[in-house]
Design a protein around this ligand. Structure first.
Ligand SMILES: Nc1nc2c(ncn2[C@@H]2O[C@H](COP(=O)(O)OP(=O)(O)OP(=O)(O)O)[C@@H](O)[C@H]2O)c(=O)[nH]1
Ligand SMILES: [Mg+2]
Length: 246
């Protein structure tokens, strides 16, 4: 069975965090819907001050408006909570800036639908396709991959990718507890520590078209320092059991 056929048997949702993505969000939703018309889309507008929420509703998404900017982790966790409460079987996570191509979703979804992984992370660094980014950022990405692979005792290549597919188990885990600051990096460690099966799938990602990236070059040094500290502190965290686990 193809991924599209298998998808038809599960309740599925796309979780899209968006902070001032008025210029991008409509197309993101349209592309998701054209990939799979039965895919529900929830956009978590993270205290946006532009027309993000209205544009998302206009394009047929369910919109959760956070009262102020919680940051990417809080926004994504809100989406996972919604997905868990509504009983979705499968969720995909896509950025609201259009960098994640829904056409690549079959690769990310396949292991989840086949039941061989609980969470699949779309990686820019597995396989042939390279990803253009600044040298500094590439070094940072490699370093993070190396550290996370060491902690997790499993080789990973793309620790900052928000292009992911998750089954109900992984949705529940993240609905109950999700890192705030650097959710992708810490989330990977968390997933593996909770003994969920994590896989990477090779994907291509696009360049940002409208709006501004949250990570500028000066900030990326700061980002690295903080994320390394967060990972280090995380080593001493107990495995947190979701408060409201049913
Ligand atoms: N910057 C930022 N993005 C947020 C926030 N909350 C949700 N988001 C969304 O999270 C997604 C990822 O943010 P980006 O700024 O594109 O981060 P990135 O993709 O790692 O960086 P680039 O590759 O440079 O675009 C986007 O869809 C944002 O709209 C927030 O508080 N700040
Ligand atoms: Mg982006």
């Amino acid at each position: 069975m193809s991924v599209e056929q298998e998808l038809a048997h599960v309740r599925r949702i796309a979780i899209v965090p968006a902070y001032n993505e008025e210029g991008n969000i409509r197309r993101v939703i349209e592309e998701l819907k054209s990939f799979d018309p039965g895919l529900d889309v929830v956009v978590v507008s993270d205290g946006s001050t532009d027309g993000t929420a209205r544009a998302a509703e206009g394009a047929g998404a369910y919109v959760i408006r956070l009262p102020f900017n919680l940051g990417i982790g809080g926004a994504v966790q809100t989406g996972f909570r919604y997905a868990a409460e509504q009983g979705y079987d499968v969720a995909v996570r896509c950025d609201g800036d259009g960098q994640h191509d829904p056409g690549e979703l079959p690769k990310v979804l396949a292991p989840v639908l086949a039941g061989t992984a609980d969470i699949v992370v779309g990686s820019r660094f597995v396989g042939e396709e390279g990803y253009r980014s600044s040298a500094a950022r590439r070094v940072g990405i490699r370093l993070l991959a190396w550290i996370v692979s060491g902690i997790a005792r499993q080789r990973v290549t793309d620790t900052t990718s928000g292009f992911q597919a998750l089954n109900a188990r992984a949705i529940r885990l993240f609905a109950g507890d999700y890192p705030h600051d650097y959710p992708e990096v810490e989330g990977m460690v968390m997933t593996i520590r909770h003994r969920l099966r994590l896989e990477e799938a090779p994907v291509r990602m696009r360049e940002r078209e409208h709006g501004r990236s949250s990570i500028t070059s000066v900030r990326s040094v700061y980002y690295m320092a903080k994320v390394l500290l967060a990972l280090f502190v995380g080593l001493f965290r107990r495995r947190v059991v979701p408060v409201e686990e049913g």
